[in-house]
Design a binder for this molecule. Sequence first.
Ligand SMILES: *Cc1c(COP(=O)(O)O)cnc(C)c1O
Length: 421
Amino acid sequence: MNLTERDLKVIWHPYTQMKTAGVPIPIVKGEGAHLLDENGKRYIDAISSWWTNIHGHAHPYIAKKVAEQLTQLEHVIFAGFTHPTAVELAERLLAILPANQTKAFYSDNGSTAIEVAIKMCLQYWNNQGQTRTRMLAFKNAYHGDTFGAMSVSGRSAFTAPFDSLLFEVEFIDTPDAENIDRLKSQISQLRSQLSCFIFEPLVQGTAGMVMYEARYLNELIAHCRKENVLTIADEVFTGFGRTGKPFATSHITEQPDIMCFSKGLTGGTMALGLTTCTQEIFNVFLSDDKLKTLFHGHSFTANPVACAAALASLDLFLAPATAENIERIKNAHAQFAGRIKHHPKIKAVRQTGTIIAMEWETGDNTSYFSSLRDRLYYYFLEAGIILRPLGNIIYILPPYCITDADLNYIYSKIEQALEEI
Ligand SMILES: *Cc1c(COP(=O)(O)O)cnc(C)c1O
């Protein structure tokens, strides 16, 4: 049996209808922005392996640091104990995050980073004797697949089987010049019941790379602060350079109370989640009363190997070459956007930093399940490019090390697809 056949016998894949899905592609090696399959076919990873990879696959520097850590200390319980990589990572990250972020809480992935943030907010009020359980989120938000994270995500086909069990959340539109005053008064009306406002800053990835302007987010955060509503910036996707600056919140002056990270945190090497918060939030949990403790943790909280990968990724991220690469991709995307925006089959093109998204004209209603999606997906796979359209929306968000030649190849294949599909 080859690998695919063995897979089909034992594996249940994520987000995959196992009855109708095509067979999975067996990847045996990663190299920079490329992935190689069993037969030696090369693919350009134009979506950074579900938005996680920032420095390229199997990066030798991260591999070296991880290997060193594995022979030094692979894991230790993080309650009652600590270790150097967790402390150094928190120190170095807090130094580049907004100045109000002073404490780091580790977990395992993006969804758990969100769960921790939600629990921090709910218990922040609870510890002060206030019942504030409602939350505010954007329509079509995506914050993860665990129950709390699902609850603050927009209701969709993904959540439908569980909708009756999700907790109550107020969903508001993403802000623009026209609705900003209305959104602010919605917040004011609910303020005494709201525990927090959670948002994906600047780009709603899963919604279809929906983008909104930094200045209106700035206004919303300022308004929440005025109304005493805590704010959570979900930087799980946007963190570490995706939006052209280190963090999406680097584009604004207001500082969120809580921030969540995962995906690019380890350079896409392995799972690690991080939730940071202000001293003010942390202080509300300090008490002689044990019941005020944040009772949350995972077996692998602050795993030393994952922290070592994150530290290595941070070294690479802070090197000048990475900022230059981000700038290069940003400019290349902008030129490409200019070239195709008037194409009759393109309904809209939008870009934030290294993320570019194109909405395909379909004439009728479109959905995640549209057949166009599959045609596009397989068209690009055939051409050796991994793109994973969200319905009729194609997006490119490559590892920052992608070459100009690879970028131009992706652009030219998209232009070709516009003529052929
Ligand atoms: C991917 C994602 C999550 C969930 O992270 P996982 O590691 O997949 O659980 C949360 N928020 C945003 C914005 C994401 O893109």
